[in-house]
Write a protein that binds this ligand. Structure first.
Ligand code: ADP
Length: 249
């Protein structure tokens, strides 16, 4: 679905992406991981046609990024930062606005139903909780019925319930056949959601495989955790005490 070959990006004399290559298969959830400054957003924004690359070849859904960027735009869904929405508009009004931009006629209620926000249709965007804002921004990526969606740190700042709820939503979107590219700083999230992950550091991909495979490779080197691992962690305690139900909704 996506082929990236020897992608490089320089900002003046600074090389932020130093020749990376990878493929993303149709229908997978592919994670881009790495510390701040690794080059994840740069890579994502180049694939999203929002940023110029310095060199390299990219094809998305069979279309060449240099030759047919407009065809690519038609088959991808890009998540806006939650600050990118007019706070004083109702959710239905925002969807109508996107309908106009994409020249689509998506039924706002149908779309809101997909992300469990149908009862918020007439609420103002600014009145939503953090989790609801994230769910809404994911809904807007689906307006043009894309083959691929790009999610940039979709669960940052959410409470554990809202985070798990979003994981279900992302898995659900993938199960409808959409390919998902996601960046995250949460390794538990990557492990749970991603079929494969690319770990970037200083503009290079330093590992790319299934999470389970990468863990096995580390263990094969003789790696051992310092602490004895228990059958549960603090998040399990938190969820067990406070339940799975969404809060502030
Ligand atoms: P990540 O998303 O992994 O945190 P980024 O792609 O945002 O990484 O940034 C990679 C590197 O490129 C960082 O060192 C960052 O400071 C630099 N960088 C990003 N955008 C610009 C820009 N517009 N101008 C100059 N340097 C930039």
């Amino acid at each position: 679905m996506i082929k990236v070959s020897d992608l490089k990006k320089s900002y003046n004399s600074f090389q932020a992406v130093k020749g990376i290559s990878f493929h993303v298969h149709e229908g997978e959830i592919f994670g881009l991981l790495g510390p701040n400054g690794a080059g994840k957003s740069t890579t994502l924004e180049i694939m999203e046609t929002l940023r110029e690359k310095t060199s390299g070849e990219i094809t998305i859904g069979g279309f060449n990024l240099d030759k047919e960027p407009n065809e690519i735009k038609k088959i991808i869904g890009v998540q806006l930062q939650t600050s990118g929405f007019y706070p004083g508009l109702k959710l239905v009004e925002l969807i109508e606005l996107f309908n106009g931009l994409y020249n689509k006629k998506v039924d706002p209620l149908e779309l809101l139903k997909k992300v469990n926000l149908e009862d918020k249709a007439k609420s103002l965007y600014k009145s939503l909780s953090g989790g609801q804002k994230q769910r809404f921004s994911i809904a807007t990526t689906l307006i043009n019925d894309p083959k691929i969606i790009f999610l940039d740190e979709p669960t940052t700042g959410l409470d554990p319930q809202a985070r798990r709820n979003l994981w279900d939503l992302i898995k659900n979107i993938r199960s409808q056949g959409t390919t998902v590219i996601i960046t995250t700083h949460y390794m538990d999230e990557a492990e749970y959601l991603c079929d494969r992950v690319a770990i970037m550091d200083e503009g290079r991909i330093i590992a790319l495989d299934k999470p389970d495979k990468l863990i096995d490779e580390l263990l094969a080197t003789g790696f051992e955790k310092q602490k004895e691992t228990k059958g549960a962690n603090l998040e399990d305690v938190f969820i067990n005490l406070t339940g799975h139900g969404l809060r502030g909704e």
